[in-house]
Design a protein around this ligand. Sequence first.
Ligand code: ZN
Length: 113
Amino acid sequence: MHEISVLQKAVDLAENTARENGIEKITYLTLEVGELSGYLPVFFYKYYPIVIEKRPIFEGSELHIITVAGEALCKDCEAMYNVARNEGACPKCGSRNKTILSGQEFLLKEIGY
Ligand SMILES: [Zn+2]
């Protein structure tokens, strides 16, 4: 359920940005969501119509989501790997000692109008 509150914030930000720029109609929003952010895109799609309800500027708009892969660098053998696909452990040496390179982001990437 925490998706609904961050989505609300993204929609608020988009609405304020649009108003400041004299935009009267938003046609789509693009969010960038990292695999390791803890947010599930399926919930954003589900809550979007609820969040934009009673906000005429968003009427008929669509939500787009770009998923960013969760990549890590192993601190022990320096292999690069996908965290989710390897359940958090390095596929080369088995170590969980890692530096996260990407996949933790949650961003309002684009406002379409
Ligand atoms: Zn390793």
